[in-house]
Design a protein around this ligand. Structure first.
Ligand code: SAM
Length: 215
């Protein structure tokens, strides 16, 4: 998701109480519990876009701490504006490229990683940038605690099939795979829609999902 540059958005993000200052990110590694001032489990969404999913998750699950990660300030600003209207104690945002995620979270510090409608990076030479790639799965392996999991949803069947093929090369196995999430009532009970999910499922596109745990 790329929005047109919004004048002043970098400054507004830098000043926001809902975004961890970029120069403090590395200091937070191993200390996220202190940031939230409690011992609740931490779940992160990488590539959160405008934040509909993570905001609603935080609303539904006050006993979990949520961290939304987004690369672009102009996109993140939308989520920040929502927090300004109605703040949530258990949600905070980071503006960063998730490539350096292991510099920001310590071993076992995260309970769950959500990847929703991740950018497909269709060129082969960009495969390592795909968030469900073996390279990223190895990064998640470093930060997710024992018993933790990874959840991925997408409408992009080519990306999803490729992501499944990455699993044998990783520390992760699929506990659930569906190629049509919205047709499965039992899985939809707890489903929280993302912006992209609402758009694509509204167009009748099937939504794929996997849930991974460690092998
Ligand atoms: N998750 C949202 C949804 O489902 O509606 C947004 C999906 S959008 C297609 C993908 C988002 O991931 C974009 O906002 C993009 O900027 C962000 N993104 C892609 N690669 C990223 C990375 N390496 N680190 C952080 N954010 C990233």
């Amino acid at each position: 998701m790329r929005l047109k540059n919004v004048p002043g958005c970098r400054e507004r993000i830098a000043e926001s109480e809902f975004v961890v200052p970029e120069d403090k990110l590395k200091e937070c590694k191993g200390h996220w519990r202190e940031v939230f001032d409690n011992d609740n489990e931490i779940h992160i969404e990488i590539g959160m876009g405008k934040g509909r999913f993570i905001y609603e998750m935080a609303e539904k699950n006050p006993g979990i701490n949520y961290i939304g990660i987004e690369k672009y300030s102009a996109v993140l600003l939308r989520a920040v504006q929502k927090m300004e209207e109605e703040p949530r104690d258990n949600l905070i945002f980071i503006r960063m490229d998730a490539e350096s995620i292991t510099e920001v979270f310590d071993e076992g510090e995260v309970g769950r990683v959500y990847l929703n409608f991740s950018d497909p990076w269709p060129k082969d030479r960009h495969a390592k940038r795909r968030l469900p790639s073996r390279e990223y799965l190895a990064r998640y392996d470093k930060i997710i605690k024992d018993g933790g999991r990874i959840e991925f949803k997408t409408d992009n069947r080519v990306l999803f099939d490729w992501a499944l093929e990455e699993l044998p090369e990783s520390a992760w196995k699929a506990d659930l795979v569906t190629f049509d999430l919205h047709s499965q009532e039992e899985l939809m009970t707890d489903n929280v829609m993302t912006e992209y999910e609402a758009k694509f499922s509204g167009q009748g596109k099937p939504i794929c999902k996997y849930i991974l745990s460690r092998k």
